[in-house]
Ligand binder design. Structure first.
Ligand SMILES: [Zn+2]
Length: 284
C-alpha cells in the first residue's frame, strides 16, 4: 500500500471509531437514565421524559439532533438536558483516543507495540466508567452491572487478551488481572472500614470498593495505587474549591466514583509515562 492509501484508510478507521463512539454514547445515555431506575435498557424505545412521545430515529441521531432541535423536544418543546450530548461527545472522543493510542501505531508500523485487540477492551472499560460516573453524580450509587460486571469483564478479557497486562500467555494475563482486582478491592475495603471507625459514618460507598476492583481487573495493581492517589488528590482539590465557592460544606456528600473513573482514565493514557518520570525524579 502506498503512504497515501494508508493515510486514507487510517482517517476512515478513525472516523468510524468516532462515529461508533457517538452511537455507543447514545446507548450509554439510555443506561444512565434507566439502570438506576430498574428499567430495561432494550425496551421501550426512547421517549421524551416530559411528554412521553416516542423519539423517531431521525431525531435520535447523536449530537446532531440535539443541536438541530436546540435542546428541545420536537413534540412538547420541553428542555432536553445537555447531558445527553455531553455523554455522546465524551464517548466519541475517548473511543477515538483509544483507537489513536493502541491501533494507530500498529497500523502505521511506527511502533512495534501492536495491540489492536486492546481497543475494544478499553472501549468497554471506558463505557463502564462513563455510566458509573453519571449515575453516581445523580443517584450516589454505582450500578452493579458496572462494578461487578466490570470485574467479570476485566478478568475474562485479560485471559483472552493478555497483552492488556503486557503478558503473552492467557494464564499470566488472568493472574495479573486477579491480583489487580483483589488488590483494588481489598485496599478500598480497608480504607472504607478504617474511615467508618474514625469518622463514625460511611466514608466510602461499597460501590467505590467494587469499582476499584474492576479498575484493577482491567489494568493491574499498579493502576490501583495510582488511581487511589490521584483520585484522592482530585477529590480534595475539588472539595476545597466547592467550599471556597460556597457550593459545599465539609460534610456535604460528594460522590467518589467519578474521581476514581477520571484517575483511572489518566492512568490508561498517561500512567506508565507519569510513573517513569516520577521514578526518574526521585532516583536522582
Ligand atoms: Zn416532549
Amino acid at each position: 500500500m502506498s503512504d497515501q492509501e494508508i493515510r486514507f484508510f487510517l482517517s476512515l478507521f478513525a472516523f468510524f471509531s468516532t462515529m461508533f463512539g457517538a452511537c455507543v454514547g447514545s446507548f450509554l445515555n439510555v443506561c444512565i437514565y434507566r439502570v438506576p431506575r430498574g428499567e430495561s435498557v432494550v425496551t421501550p424505545r426512547s421517549h421524551c421524559p416530559h411528554c412521553n412521545a416516542l423519539i423517531p430515529w431521525y431525531l435520535n441521531i447523536p449530537v446532531l439532533s440535539w443541536l438541530a432541535l436546540r435542546g428541545k423536544c420536537a413534540n412538547c418543546n420541553g428542555p432536553i438536558s445537555f447531558r445527553y450530548t455531553l455523554v455522546e461527545l465524551l464517548t466519541a472522543l475517548l473511543f477515538l483516543a483509544v483507537f489513536m493510542k493502541w491501533a494507530l501505531p500498529a497500523v502505521c508500523h511506527v511502533s512495534p507495540i501492536t495491540n489492536v485487540a486492546a481497543v475494544p477492551c478499553y472501549w468497554l472499560m471506558l463505557a463502564g466508567f462513563i455510566v458509573g460516573t453519571f449515575v453516581d453524580f445523580e443517584h450516589y450509587i454505582i450500578p452493579d452491572s458496572v462494578t461487578i460486571g466490570g470485574m467479570a469483564a476485566g478478568l475474562v478479557l485479560s485471559g483472552l487478551v493478555p497483552s492488556l497486562h503486557n503478558e503473552t500467555v492467557w494464564y499470566w494475563g488472568l493472574a495479573e488481572s486477579a491480583a489487580g482486582m483483589a488488590g483494588g478491592f481489598a485496599l478500598l475495603w480497608a480504607i472504607s472500614w478504617l474511615g467508618e471507625k474514625v469518622f463514625k459514618k460511611e466514608a466510602m460507598g461499597f460501590g467505590d470498593v467494587k469499582l476499584m476492583g474492576a479498575i484493577g481487573a482491567f489494568m493491574g495493581w499498579q493502576s490501583v495505587l495510582f488511581t487511589l492517589f490521584v483520585s484522592s488528590l482530585l477529590g480534595s482539590i475539588s472539595g476545597i474549591l466547592l467550599i471556597a465557592l460556597g457550593r459545599g460544606k465539609l460534610q456535604s456528600r460528594i460522590p467518589f466514583g467519578p474521581y476514581l473513573a477520571v484517575a483511572a482514565t489518566i492512568w490508561l493514557f498517561w500512567g506508565p509515562m507519569l510513573m517513569n518520570s516520577y521514578l526518574k525524579l526521585i532516583s536522582r
